[in-house]
Design a protein around this ligand. Structure first.
Ligand code: ADP
Ligand code: MG
Length: 723
């Protein structure tokens, strides 16, 4: 019966030998051991070559083709010295995954001998068969060629597996006509656009020496660990990454006893293994802890430049998954693997800054720094108000829809949380009361009203999708399985547009002969008057906010991906990306197509799973148990003993309802010929999803009635609590 396999799993897990204690190498010894970074380049390259490539890395300029061969040879020698026989151009297609094509260093000579070969040309450019990557119609398959090109600003590294090592080269992925087919190209463009706009504003603010402004990202990653024995018996976890069925266990997360509790030993060993791999890859893992839900954990590396952070984040997700396998776990990065307990997010901490002016979202402690901070912060506020729906679209996936809008994760309404103090400052700017306090002088605004904002750690609002946290913003609504590139592209781009506007406005005010500080206050006041309604410090989960946000403040509440993705087709969004040079209209359109298709495809998989699990696993279990039960009732009856029939009745009723709903779902799923992608997405959101949920209600009801020994699927209790 169903339970035998489950019992076997439990026995295997309980009797699992404890992993041997490994001696952890010194941090200094393993740090970036597998990265071909500047230090290793300096050691292996001729001086002039090293100087040239270092310059390229720092400025992001094109690589001098005449040095490519020398760099390639040094890189190959280093990689082969570490046992790599293959290299791969790693790229980041529009899905949230990373992709790679492996090639050997091997080259067969005319005499039948082989040599290892790796030229500058193959380092710099690759040609994977890109036809199978979603491109949203940019190329049809006849023009399937896509090129990968080394992103010199992100270092090459070695990926070690038990079956050998591969030299991995982070690359951009473009079509032969030059369109971006990936997430890296637009990210790099968005940083360039933001740099340009920030530079002008910094100049107007009186700075003379201004270095390249980059954006930074530190992403906190939440995930679940489930024993592989259980996961392999759950078709839903295997194919959809989440449970589509499962009765709530008697104990959930109500005691909060998991959060910051002691990390289970087996998990701790896993985490250390993950961290060792990350350190070798030069990824600065920094914090680890249990999360709120049972079986849920978090890892957060120290922040880095956005482009590198983004590549590292992709790598981190891969390392989590691979290492979990080694430890007999499955690592679930899905936003909502289990109903009824918290889902997983990815908090994207984001800021902008450079080496000359520092972190531009840090209030600083001189009046000048504070004024500069207010200008950048004001530009962010304006950006979030104008492009909030775009931020929502950037985090729209079928899986993240389960979080946003549920009362545990930030709402789908995008607002900004500033903290009481800073909110007050902006309020004062709006009402002009700052300007009135003449005796203090306008620029005193900084020192007087912005004390210690950075130490404002207690002043946290966990219900806000986008919160200022002292010296950066934290985009908390991002999904756990997502690439951080999408959200970063949107944040950088909207800031670029906003800073351009601020720059133009400041310039106009200054040309009227206004003093700098008065000009700043005038522009900030204008921002507050037109965009201040996006600031919200209250409870983002509350009914009142949802009403107020939409009805009084005119903010969008885009509940589902079907509601959010069409934002990408709006004229003002097209203009934003075109004006900033981040995405052409064709590139933007292709993104809408790819993301919409992904939404539909992931629900397709779930619908098919719901139908098959309900019919082939749950219904048979119900019938088998019913037959046992009814047989007993009948034979006892023939002896004149009356056995209560209510449980049998309940199961039969639920089984009937489940099957008739499955039938409804099956025929609803047959519908074809939608007038538009938008219409199709709405159908998935409004019709298919609710039917799936309804099937689940009956199935979970059956699970509550059927004898445990008949139940075929590992239960929530087992998956969440047995490690
Ligand atoms: P919390 O859980 O309190 O939000 P964590 O310490 O877990 O905080 O994570 C904070 C993240 O923010 C870390 O990755 C950290 O490196 C990152 N961070 C700190 N300063 C910046 C910054 N200026 N820009 C981007 N990220 C930052
Ligand atoms: Mg956080």
């Amino acid at each position: 019966t169903g339970n035998a396999a489950r019992t076997q799993s439990i026995n295997k897990i309980v009797n699992r030998p404890t992993a041997p204690c490994k001696t952890v190498p010194r941090l200094e010894d393993m740090w970036a051991e597998n990265v071909f970074n500047l230090t290793k380049m300096q050691a292996s390259l001729p001086k002039n070559v090293f100087k040239s490539i270092k310059n390229t890395i720092v400025t992001g300029e094109k690589l001098d083709p005449t040095i490519a061969d020398a760099v390639a040879t040094a890189m190959r020698d280093w990689a082969m010295g570490k046992g790599a026989l293959y290299y791969a151009h790693v790229f980041y297609p529009m899905t949230n995954l990373s992709a790679e094509k492996h090639d050997g260093f091997i080259s067969v000579q005319g005499d039948g001998n082989v040599i290892s070969e790796f030229s500058g040309k193959v380092l710099v450019q690759g040609e994977p068969d890109g036809s199978s990557f979603p491109n949203g119609g940019i190329r049809d398959t006849f023009e399937a060629r896509g090129y990968t090109g080394w992103d010199v600003t992100s270092p090459a590294y070695i990926m070690e597996t038990d079956n050998g090592s591969t030299l991995c080269i982070p690359t951009v992925f473009v079509s032969w006509t030059g369109e971006a087919l990936d997430k890296k190209v637009p990210l790099l463009r968005s940083i360039a656009a933001m740099d340009k706009a920030a530079n002008k504003v910094l100049k107007l603010l009186g700075n003379e020496n201004i270095a390249h402004v980059n954006s930074s990202c530190g992403a906190e990653q939440e995930y679940f660990l489930v024993d592989a024995n259980f996961a392999s018996q759950r078709p839903d976890l295997l194919l959809a990454g989440r449970t589509l069925f499962g009765k709530a266990p008697a104990k959930g997360q109500e005691f909060d006893d998991h959060y910051f509790g002691a990390i289970p030993e087996r998990v701790q060993v896993f985490m250390q293994d993950v961290e060792e791999t990350l350190y070798k890859l030069g990824i600065p893992a920094k914090t680890r802890h249990n999360e709120v839900a049972p079986g849920q954990f978090e890892i957060a590396p120290f922040f880095e430049a956005a482009n590198v952070a983004s590549d590292h984040q992709q790598l981190l997700m891969t390392v989590l998954k691979n290492t979990a396998k080694k430890h007999g776990f499955v690592c679930l990065l899905h936003e909502k693997p289990f109903a009824g307990i918290n889902g997983s997010g990815k908090h994207v901490n984001w800021s902008v800054g450079n080496s000359t002016q520092g972190n531009l979202l840090d209030p600083g402690d001189s009046p000048h720094d504070n004024a500069q901070f207010l200008v950048f912060c004001g530009a962010v506020i304006r950006g979030v108000h104008k492009y909030g729906p775009l931020m929502r679209a950037a985090i729209a996936t079928a899986s993240n829809d389960h979080r946003l809008g549920a009362n545990e994760a930030p709402p789908a309404i995008i607002s900004v949380y500033l903290g009481t103090q800073l909110e007050e400052v902006f309020e004062q700017i709006k009402t002009g009361s700052v300007k009135d306090s003449k005796k203090k002088g306008v620029m005193d605004l900084g020192v007087d009203v912005l004390p210690d904002l950075t130490k404002d750690a207690g002043d946290r609002n966990r219900t806000s999708p986008f919160a200022f946290t002292g010296n950066r913003f934290e985009f908390r609504a991002v999904g756990s399985s997502q690439s951080v590139s999408g959200p970063l592209i949107v944040l950088n781009t909207m800031l670029a547009e906003s800073l351009t506007w601020v720059g133009d406005r400041l310039e106009a005010e200054l040309s009227k002969g206004l003093e700098l500080e008065t000009a700043i206050l005038t522009v900030l006041k204008e921002i507050m008057e037109s965009h201040g309604q996006v600031i919200f410090g209250g409870n983002g989960y509350s009914e009142e906010w949802h009403k107020m946000a939409v009805e009084e403040r005119g903010l969008a509440n885009l509940r589902t991906t079907a509601d959010a993705l069409p934002v990408l087709k709006e004229k003002y969004i097209e203009e934003l990306f075109e004006k900033t040079g981040v995405l052409t209209p064709v590139e933007l359109e292709s993104r809408f197509e790819v993301y919409a298709e992904q939404y539909i495809k992931s629900i397709d998989v779930e619908v098919k799973l719901v139908i098959s699990i309900a019919k082939t696993l749950i219904y048979p279990a119900a019938i088998e148990y019913l037959s046992k039960l009814s047989g007993t009732i009948a034979s006892l009856g023939s002896m004149g003993i009356d056995l209560d029939k209510s449980s049998a009745k309940t199961i039969a009723e639920l089984a009937n309802k489940m099957i008739s709903t499955v039938d409804k779902l099956s025929s609803a799923y047959e519908k074809h010929g939608f007038a538009s992608t938008e219409e199709e997405m709405q159908y998935y959101a409004q019709t298919l999803r609710p039917l799936m949920d309804e099937v689940r209600v009956y199935a979970d009801g059956i699970e509550a009635e059927v004898a445990d020994s008949y139940w075929p699927l590992p239960t929530y209790q087992e998956m969440l609590f047995i490690k």
